[in-house]
Design a protein around this ligand. Sequence first.
Ligand SMILES: NC(=O)c1ccc[n+]([C@@H]2O[C@H](COP(=O)([O-])OP(=O)(O)OC[C@H]3O[C@@H](n4cnc5c(N)ncnc54)[C@H](OP(=O)(O)O)[C@@H]3O)[C@@H](O)[C@H]2O)c1
Length: 241
Amino acid sequence: MLQGKRVVVLGGSAGIGRAVAELALREGAHVTVVSHQLERVERAVTELRAIAPRVAGQAVDLRSQPAVSQLFERVGSLDHLVYTAGEELLIKPLAELDLDAGRAFFELRYWGALRAIQAARPRLAGDGSIVLTSGAASRRPHPGFVIGASICGAMEAVTRTLAVELAPIRVNIVIPGFVDTELWSNVPAAAKQQMFREAAAKLPVGRIGAAEDIAEHYLSFMRGRYVTGQALVVDGGGVLV
Ligand SMILES: NC(=O)c1ccc[n+]([C@@H]2O[C@H](COP(=O)([O-])OP(=O)(O)OC[C@H]3O[C@@H](n4cnc5c(N)ncnc54)[C@H](OP(=O)(O)O)[C@@H]3O)[C@@H](O)[C@H]2O)c1
């Protein structure tokens, strides 16, 4: 169903975005992966070209307004915009939180997404879609997650609002739970393994998610011509327990 469609994945060099790019490519789409670090973009493009040649890469800092405008001038028209760009989490109790650092954290996941949508909108096909990214912290509170949870909640509100404002372009959002990606690379390996083991033991599905588990649902939102303004929790049942 994505045969011949043009899909741009912002945050497509790693993790969930990389998995979305791969699945879209396997379904016949033309895929552009975008992220900040040139070498990571080039590596992803090289790996993805082994699957199909319909892939290109762009190194862009999504926190920069001019860079994002120029990106979409280069990319031209597109059918689906996917936003998965994100950075390591800022986990701090409010009492210890540097509020300026907290404010800066909105720059990529919140303002970056709005900036990209604003620049892409005139080039998006009327029967196309936007798929955004939240996180289960918006539904299942944890101490220390006040900034991350706020961004997630804001992105879910953005989704419902733009689904109405940008119609007929569809706008949906995926809400991942724990996923084993490089997002957690700032946690020391042993502590990360323990965190994942403990989290997996509590989950109804008994394991932590892989990027591919989540990516499938971005594809479903791209294909699903009768779904807009919706949020899907993909967390192995974490919000239930
Ligand atoms: N992993 C989880 O457990 C989890 C759970 C809930 C929600 N999420 C959310 O899901 C999204 C994707 O997470 P992930 O686990 O796939 O993360 P990831 O593996 O760390 O990938 C993040 C992607 O964002 C790109 N990126 C970072 N800063 C950028 C910038 N300034 N400009 C452009 N691209 C930038 C990275 O590439 P470069 O380094 O090349 O810039 C990379 O391609 C994030 O919003 C995350 O918060 C993840």
